[in-house]
Design a protein around this ligand. Structure first.
Ligand SMILES: CC(C)(COP(=O)(O)OP(=O)(O)OC[C@H]1O[C@@H](n2cnc3c(N)ncnc32)[C@H](O)[C@@H]1OP(=O)(O)O)[C@@H](O)C(=O)NCCC(=O)NCCS
Length: 204
């Protein structure tokens, strides 16, 4: 269950799981909830804005300029109509009911392993980054994976993305690498792994 509006920052979930949702003053009024199809446009806006800011200089300018909120919205619309049963999207919503960030998670795609989850994407609007919202959203995604029976997780991040420090701060262990084609470039990605979801559900 996603946190309810006004829920306190610490939530007990079973004998070993305590979810601390982050410094309250930094995210006052913030709610993390399950996304619905009505969020498709907001998700697309966050995705395109975040990519254009975060990947400038890493991904070719032409690729960033060609991105389209409308196309991305259509793609999320399709996701809501049909998606793997273990996959889910959670959104961070500010006090004004605006979606300011989101993450998508589900079963690990590669490397696959029993009960291993993966955070496929995690993006915040540039203007709300570094306020603890990503930490809170990530903890919520880990909790969603736990609820779906998974017990470990991975994330793939571009090697040149400074946000790798975010995963390192949350205890992720860098492991194998792979190549990911973006535009005409082949970009290196690094896999971060957590052996126990509890490491992440308790956000520092
Ligand atoms: C990565 C992201 C989701 C993190 O969310 P956030 O709310 O900005 O991060 P938090 O405020 O919770 O950060 C916690 C800590 O992680 C580290 N961190 C987070 N983002 C960082 C960055 N860009 N560079 C270096 N360290 C970073 C810092 O140690 C930070 O603590 P501090 O701000 O007190 O120094 C967000 O910044 C984002 O959307 N970035 C652009 C898109 C992106 O790269 N997504 C990840 C794709 S794999």
């Amino acid at each position: 269950m996603p946190p309810a509006p006004g829920e306190s920052t610490t939530t007990a979930r079973g004998p070993n799981i305590v979810v601390v949702t982050g410094p309250e003053q930094a995210t006052a009024g913030l709610l993390v909830r399950e996304a619905t199809a009505l969020d498709a446009h907001a998700l697309a806006h966050v995705y395109v804005s975040s990519w254009r800011a975060a990947y400038r200089g890493i991904v070719e300018d032409e690729v960033l300029e060609r991105m389209s909120v409308e196309r991305q919205e259509a793609s999320y619309g399709a996701w809501f109509r049909r998606h793997p049963p273990s996959s889910f999207i959670r959104v961070a919503v500010d006090a004004g009911a605006n979606v300011v960030g989101f993450g998508i998670a589900g079963e690990a795609r590669a490397p696959r392993a029993e009960r291993r989850g993966e955070v496929y994407v995690l993006y915040l609007l540039p203007q709300v980054q570094r306020r603890g919202i990503g930490t809170r959203l990530f903890a919520s995604l880990a909790r969603g994976l736990d609820l779906r029976g998974m017990d470990s997780m991975i994330v793939w991040a571009l090697e040149r993305n400074p946000a790798r420090a975010f995963y390192e701060r949350l205890g992720g262990r860098a492991g194998e690498q792979r190549q990911h084609p973006v535009g005409t470039r082949s970009l290196t990605e690094v896999c971060y792994a957590w052996d126990a979801l509890e490491e992440v559900m308790v956000a520092r």
